[in-house]
Design a protein around this ligand. Structure first.
Ligand SMILES: Nc1ncnc2c1ncn2[C@@H]1O[C@H](COP(=O)(O)OP(=O)(O)OP(=O)(O)O)[C@@H](O)[C@H]1O
Ligand SMILES: [Mg+2]
Length: 361
């Protein structure tokens, strides 16, 4: 049974009964922030598991995560109803990189798809997908549309107090989407930005509580956000002249295709950008700094891009050819891919800064 008492509108009971009866494989829950999506998802999972259905819960709310840390899509597969409140250990997570899908639409979609597939691999007969309250504007429309294209849900449950997501639903109906409109509970209430931030901090803190320093050689790692380790290192003798050599002293340079990477301790305003572009025949120079990388949130994945966990960079030391992370991932032997996120995380779980470390100059 549910631990806290929730208000269950009659329509929610009917919806649960119809999901139990029908052969729905994927059910997407949408609604504005605070409309009760997560409460409804938990209720549905509980009802499904009580009816002896194995149910997967894909938590695609990267901001107010239920399963796994923020900035990831989490999955929990429930084989029995009594495990519904065991929120601490997700079955799997997939790194996105931000606590908001803006600027991370591809990563969000890929992560949702990966977790929905994992849900079925783990034996779920039905997968319930919880979403963010991001429903207004063109970016939200595009994201939600493609989420549906990827998941092909047999059922979309739209949670509305009035008609606030009708602008999305009309389009879905025209393309054959099966929508079930459910009312919000009168007890549904939206959290303030401060409450949301506090909740994220607690989730990060909980996640990092067993974290330690882990150091890895750069040789075996791939950084999809950046060319480090995939191109050719430029040595001083390959630079065009003495002026360049003196300006680029202590800066690591690597060329890959049409990109040149410049990695320095701090931002360097005197890089001879145009001269380097012309000389090396590249169209862009990516300038990243060791300083900005400190505490950057990263996703740590194996060679199949399965997320092993998340971490915060402690240091990228190119002279030692190594990178260190603060992470609860204990065994980094299978670590192969490092994804850069868009925020800094302190070791106590605080989000200290939003930033994009990849800077094109
Ligand atoms: N049926 C309900 N009975 C009791 N409380 C509810 C119910 N639905 C929602 N609430 C309350 O409203 C608040 C928001 O609910 P919930 O977190 O489920 O919404 P959400 O749509 O998932 O929000 P978000 O967009 O922030 O993820 C919570 O405090 C929750 O307990
Ligand atoms: Mg929610």
């Amino acid at each position: 049974m549910v631990k806290e008492s929730i208000d269950i509108p009659n329509e929610w009971e009917t919806a649960a009964a119809s999901l139990i009866r029908q052969e729905t494989r994927t059910c997407l829950i949408i609604g504005k922030g605070g409309s009760g999506k997560t409460t409804l998802c938990k209720f549905l999972v509980q009802k499904l598991t009580e009816a002896r259905k194995c149910a997967g819960y894909v938590d695609s709310d990267v901001g107010q995560s239920t399963f796994g840390p923020p900035a990831t899509v989490g999955l929990k597969v429930f084989h029995r109803p009594e495990t519904i409140y065991d929120q601490t250990v997700p079955t799997a997570i997939h790194f996105v990189g931000n606590t908001n899908p803006l600027g991370f639409l591809l990563q969000t979609l890929a992560a949702v798809k990966a977790m929905a597939e994992e849900s079925y691999r783990q034996g779920a007969e039905i997968t319930i997908v919880d979403t963010t309250g991001f429903i207004d504007g063109p970016v939200a429309r595009v994201l939600k549309y493609h989420k549906m294209e990827m998941l092909q849900p047999q059922r979309i449950i739209a949670l509305q107090a009035e008609d606030e997501i009708e602008h999305l639903l009309k389009g879905y109906e025209k393309t054959g989407g099966k929508i079930l409109r459910l009312p919000c509970s009168a007890r549904a209430n939206n959290r303030s930005q401060a409450e949301r931030r506090k909740y994220r901090q607690e989730k990060f803190k909980e996640y990092f509580k067993t974290a330690e320093k882990v150091t890895c050689s750069l040789d075996k790692l791939v950084f999809p956000s950046c060319i480090i380790g995939t191109g050719q290192k430029i040595i001083p003798g390959e630079l065009p002249d003495d002026d360049c050599r003196s300006k680029l002293d202590k800066i690591y340079l690597e060329k890959c295709g049409t990109e040149l990477l410049a990695l320095s301790d701090y931002f360097n305003h005197s890089l001879p950008v145009e001269r380097l572009k012309t000389f090396f025949g590249v169209s862009s120079i990516i300038h990243i700094t060791r300083h900005e990388l400190k505490n950057l949130l990263v996703g740590l994945s194996d060679k199949n891009n399965r997320t092993l966990g998340i971490g915060a960079i402690i240091d990228l030391d190119i002279s030692k050819n190594q990178i260190s992370f603060f992470t609860p991932v204990k065994n980094c032997d299978t670590l192969s891919v490092v994804h850069f996120g868009a925020l800094k995380i302190e070791h106590d779980g605080r989000e200290s800064e939003k930033l994009r470390v990849i800077r094109y100059i």
